[in-house]
Design a protein around this ligand. Structure first.
Ligand code: SF4
Ligand code: ZN
Length: 317
């Protein structure tokens, strides 16, 4: 992101540019920048057939800039497609972090007149992240691995309880390419194929997961949120440095500094690689988890395994 002074907007040729899009070289004024972000979101949604007329959307909203921007833009564009929107929020049980963002979400939703449903890990799984980290017996059990496993289930449940058939999340271009490298480094090739953005229906309720902000740099989303006066939480999760994601993020940001636009090239490469891999993914047979009865590729699903593992560690303390 580059803020400019006194250069003409390349789109309208009338106003002064405030933003330079590094990978395309475009200089945009505030109004043209905001429009360009919204049209990029629409283009991504059309390109990957993310939403159909009449879909019921559950938008996962954490209180950060990505999810609130997503909710704001979807709310703007969904009316023409007769889509309903519910904001769904997960409270991970991270002291001093989540309480502030939940308050921001509540106020933002109330201003947009959107219903907000909240559920906590404590209610669903009997334990929050702070408690889980306090009793873990091995540093191999990372906060983000437990949190990610619980979050996927919590979002699925909230969406189902609210009759949604589409779950939208605020993953941006930076998140997408970081996840690609995480999967490469962990050897999880199937997951690269699954990351291809054209949604498929999954589970017994046939929910589709979509990522409409996928083609936007994180910095563009921050710039958009600031210029639309979208309030967001800037505090970072206290556990974020436990994940390899932070190192990958720093590395990619350094590359982008010296080679502007390189993240966009990586994004396009990731799309092609994941499209190719998607067609070759090995489809393991699906069964029902013996504990929770939800669809799973193993006899016990990853959520129930995690709950059992944590309760075992809790009883040893
Ligand atoms: Fe959960 Fe990790 Fe994200 Fe914190 S950084 S909210 S622990 S996934
Ligand atoms: Zn289970």
């Amino acid at each position: 992101m580059t803020s400019l002074n006194l250069e003409e907007c390349n789109k309208c040729r009338e106003r002064v540019g405030i933003y330079k899009r590094n990978y395309s070289g475009e200089i945009l004024c505030k109004a043209c920048f905001l429009l360009s972000v919204e049209s990029k979101v629409k283009k991504t949604m059309n390109c990957f057939s993310m939403v159909k007329h009449g879909d019921k959307l559950a938008v996962a909203v954490s209180g950060g800039k990505d999810s609130l921007t997503l909710l704001y833009i979807l709310n703007k564009i969904s009316k023409s497609m007769a889509n309903t929107i519910t904001a769904i929020t997960v409270d991970e049980g991270i002291g001093g972090y989540r309480s502030e963002s939940i308050q921001i979400v509540k106020e933002f939703c109330s201003n947009l007149n959107i219903e907000n449903k909240i559920v906590s890990y404590k209610d669903l799984f009997g334990i929050g992240i702070d408690e889980a980290m306090a009793i873990r017996s091995s540093t191999k059990v990372t906060s983000c691995s437990v949190c990610g496993t619980f979050r996927r289930r919590a979002i699925d449940l909230l969406a189902e309880w609210n009759g949604a058939n589409v779950v939208a999340t605020g993953h941006n271009l930076d998140d997408h390419i970081q996840s690609f490298f995480i999967n490469v480094f962990s050897g999880d090739v199937d997951r690269i194929g699954w990351s291809y953005p054209r949604p498929v229906e999954y589970g017994t309720s046939g929910i589709r997961k979509i990522k409409p902000l996928l083609a936007l740099y994180e910095k563009e989303i921050i710039f958009y949120a600031l210029h639309q006066n979208i309030p967001f939480q800037s505090l970072e999760c206290p556990y974020m440095n436990e994940s390899i994601r932070t190192e990958i993020r720093n590395f990619l940001n350094q590359l982008e500094e010296t080679r502007p636009g390189i993240k966009y090239n990586i994004y396009n490469s990731v799309l092609k690689i994941s499209a190719g891999l998607k067609s070759q993914i090995s489809h393991k047979g699906s069964t029902k988890c013996l504990v929770c009865q939800r669809q799973s590729t193993n006899k016990i699903c990853s959520v129930c395994k995690t709950v059992v593992m944590l309760s075992g560690q809790s009883s040893k303390k």
